[in-house]
Design a binder for this molecule. Sequence first.
Ligand SMILES: [Ca+2]
Ligand SMILES: [Ca+2]
Length: 434
Amino acid sequence: MNRLAFLGAVGALCAPALGQGARPLTEGLHQQVLGLFRELEEGRVGSMGIVGDSVSLLDASYNWQLRNHFWAEYGSAGDGYLGIARFTGNCGNSGGGPRCGLELIRGPGSFTSDDTGWWDPLGQATPDGMWGQLVFDRVPGNWTLHAYGREIIVHYTRRVGSGPMNIRVNGVLLDTVQTGLNEGEPMAGRYVIDTGVDDPNVLTAVRFETASTLPVQINALEMRSSDPGFRYHRLARGGAGPRMFQDSMTQATADVLRSLDMDLMLVMLDAAAGDGQNDPALYGANLETLVDWYLQQLPETRLVLVTHHPFRPEIEAQADEILRIARERGLGYINLYDLFSGWEEMNDLGLMNGVVHLSLLGGQWFGAYIYDVLHQAGLEAVRADWNRDGVFDFFDVLAFLDAYAKGSADANADGQTDFFDLLAFLEAFDAAGA
Ligand SMILES: [Ca+2]
Ligand SMILES: [Ca+2]
């Protein structure tokens, strides 16, 4: 036995005793991220949502930083789905730049949901429990939103008891949309505004107002640029765990999520009220119910389950549950829990803002880390699936060797086909777990 092999054997024996090695830092990512990165690498739109809690919601957090890395590499396909709630984003200079929010100018008769905690009935029709409502209050209820993009998609809810709304773009009446239903369960409504503005940095003012004495429910704006690139949908809600998100398992929500054309969805939820903070089995069962519903409703969307950073020790048992659920279903897994020893280490490094949340530096660190993990797996996956059929198997090797023999297998994209391409392909194929 040589020295390296000896050290490896010792490491394998010692690892469990040191509390390391039980959970991988990542697992099963390649199959899940392949579709997203194929779209992005080939110059089309790649769409990703994050289901999370306040860690995936607040202005200085990792999610906006993660989005910014995608934008820097692949360009922006628009600002995506953003719920109209108390917090519509306010990045300013403390967060991911000026582009993570809607400016909401509230008129009379305008209400928004909370952005944290248990769902209320109107929120059951939306992915994040967030909603806005306009009611007639002596004058038509109204608000104005400033949004970016060539297309601004209005996500509203059609339901019994709701009425028509007027939509004005830059002051001009565009349409009157009926949001009422005669009977039945609430349904997802979607209205596409073509702003005619191709410059992704130009704001369009969209004013909504009640067009009768009946209320209207408008939940979110989705912003799409006319450019290819990355589009991020914020689907997070503060203080919410898997049990709370189950309140969104409705037909209306499924239709909203399907309309977002997500190639990938990250789910980063820890135990909150209803999950039994110290009951990993209950937490796991609730997460399974939610994840299985996403899988059933979104057959085209791939899933990566993500643990929280280790701000409290209870996360550890949940990280095991998340790994079990990912393995049983062949989903991706990102383990942030084992990156640091705990809150004190993260706080000493300046990554924390309080007990739970990330500082701006923490948001930058975790955003960059998650981007690197996804990006590396994505590039390897695109390379390993040489015959482009979505799976990694021996036929990819055959297809690569065939192209290699013909001198057209430039796997490392340096303009020529040589031995380094063979190495690059095999390395990617191995990493993809084929
Ligand atoms: Ca293949
Ligand atoms: Ca090459």
